[in-house]
Write a protein that binds this ligand. Structure first.
Ligand code: FHN
Length: 476
């Protein structure tokens, strides 16, 4: 009896310590288990496609200085030793984008099929595209003078496109900003000033632009900022209280142990996973059921305007493939644009917007509000789903013209298939029970069907005895 009691006590103790090791009480970790369930977040989740715009004074040199080519990302040119800081810090005096027309940009984004835009209010250089009253380094001090953020918010909102404001925590223009934690009392006092400045600017943005839907933070990886996690957390709560429904990704703050994106217990910090920059997860399991977006550049790694793109430049077909891949894993794809110093969108980007838009016009149903379909991935493309419809987005047409689809045994069965673009029917061939737990079907693409672009086939499914019977009949 004594031995049994000792064993039970040990088991309870072991369980207790395992629990403590599994989960640590955090004050500044994730404040919610699982996804947000409110309408604002649901709307964000259904966007599918977004546009990112990186714009600032770095668009003036466009990746060159005094005839030399800067091989890095154009918006980082200030950190290049060939470009004197003083020269960069005076560029704003030339900022006069007379070609800028927010309504034209917004219309182009709408035609592309974007449902939200992320716009840089200020990048790491600290130059503000709105007339912030907390610094002189703003658009108000340029020859252009007018509030650019305000024009973007109005024009995009008028087109029905949700606006999220990009805000860099790194600010090279503020004397109190630093990447390493402050050590001396003087440094600490300066950093406190920087914190107050950052909080003031964020509150200023929310007050000036109440129509915005979210804040997209960047440059929050510095140790100095990470160490401020309790303060940052409190600031985040204040911003949320000021702006109900506000959406903030996982790049704003760390927990009290310095863990970013995912807290010490492995829970996502804030509303969506922002780690997927120029990268898409291999499988949905990597996302642990969280919301996420992928921010993608058109050239390899250029966000701001660089007049000379080198290396591989993505095509609209590449980006559409990425878009469908993201939506098939419950994520959004945000395609970056870097307008030039005069305010024009370069022809390569305009072409991408047009081509993506044409495809979205015909196939957007497979993207907006669509989500992950738990079917086995096939080499020809991706599945998304909405209600009782499945969407098969075909990027690699098989030479056989037969698309294999494996349905789990208990899944709703395919009853009808047709091309999303023109409604023409596609034959469903029952290929029998290939494995014990799944049923194989083939969608027969008519050999005469010509497609110069990826295409989508809608598969209507039915979970009913009728469909089951149909399946049985088709087998005989
Ligand atoms: O350093 C920036 C970069 O310039 C660009 O703004 C991207 C966009 O996500 N964010 C940073 C790198 O992660």
């Amino acid at each position: 009896m004594r031995a049994i009691l000792i064993t039970l006590c040990c088991l309870v103790m072991l369980q207790g310590s395992a629990h403590a090791a599994d989960s640590i009480a955090l004050k500044h970790g994730a404040h919610r288990a699982g996804k947000r369930t409110d309408a604002d977040m649901q709307r964000w989740r259904e966007h599918g496609l977004g546009q990112f715009v990186h714009w600032g004074v770095y668009a003036i040199p466009g990746g060159h200085w005094e005839g030399k080519y800067y091989p890095g990302a154009a918006e980082w040119i200030r950190s290049w030793r060939e470009m004197p800081k003083k020269a960069y810090d005076n560029l704003y005096k030339q900022f006069n984008p007379t070609d800028f027309d927010a309504r034209r940009w917004a219309k182009q984004a709408k035609d592309m099929g974007a449902k939200y835009v992320i716009f840089t209010t200020k990048h790491h250089d600290g130059f503000c595209l709105w007339p912030s009253k907390y610094t002189k380094y703003t658009v108000a001090g340029t020859p252009y003078k007018s509030d650019i953020v305000g024009q973007i918010v109005s024009a995009y909102t008028a087109e029905g496109i949700d606006v999220h404001l990009y805000f860099s925590i790194i600010d090279w223009s503020h004397k109190g900003y630093r990447s390493a934690p402050p050590q001396t009392p003087k440094e600490r006092a300066a950093y406190e000033e920087f914190k107050a400045f950052t909080a003031n600017q964020l509150e200023e943005l929310l007050t000036a632009y109440p129509a915005i839907k979210g804040l997209w933070f960047d440059g929050s990886w510095d140790k100095a900022w990470v160490e401020q996690s309790p303060w940052v957390d409190t600031l985040g709560m204040k911003l949320r209280a000021m702006h109900p429904g506000l959406i903030i990704g996982s790049r704003f703050r760390a927990d009290e142990y310095g863990k970013r994106h995912y807290d010490t217990n492995g829970n996502l910090i804030d509303d969506y996973d922002q780690t997927w920059e120029r990268d898409i997860p291999e499988s949905i399991s990597a996302l642990k059921g969280n919301d996420w977006d992928c921010a993608m550049t058109i050239p390899e790694n250029q966000w701001g305007y660089h007049s000379e793109w080198k290396g591989y430049v993505k095509t609209s077909a590449d980006l559409l493939e990425m878009l469908v891949r993201c939506v098939a894993m419950d994520g959004n794809l945000v395609v970056n644009f870097g307008p030039d110093g005069r305010g024009s969108i370069r022809p390569e980007e305009a072409a991408i917007a047009r081509e993506m838009g044409e495809w979205m016009q015909a196939n957007g149903e497979a993207i907006y509000g669509a989500s992950h379909a738990a079917l086995k991935q096939q080499g020809w493309g991706y599945f998304t789903k909405k209600g009782d419809k499945l969407y098969a987005a075909v990027f690699n047409r098989p030479v056989s013209n037969l698309l294999s689809i494996e349905f789990p045994r208990d899944a709703a069965l395919p009853v009808k298939a047709y091309f999303l673009a023109d409604g023409k029917p596609v034959e469903i061939v029952d290929a029998g029970r290939n494995k014990r737990n799944s049923r194989l079907y083939k969608l027969a693409i008519p050999p005469e069907y010509v497609a110069s672009k990826p295409f989508v086939i809608v598969i209507e499914t039915l979970q009913s005895a009728e469909a089951e019977e149909g399946y049985q009949q088709a087998k005989t």
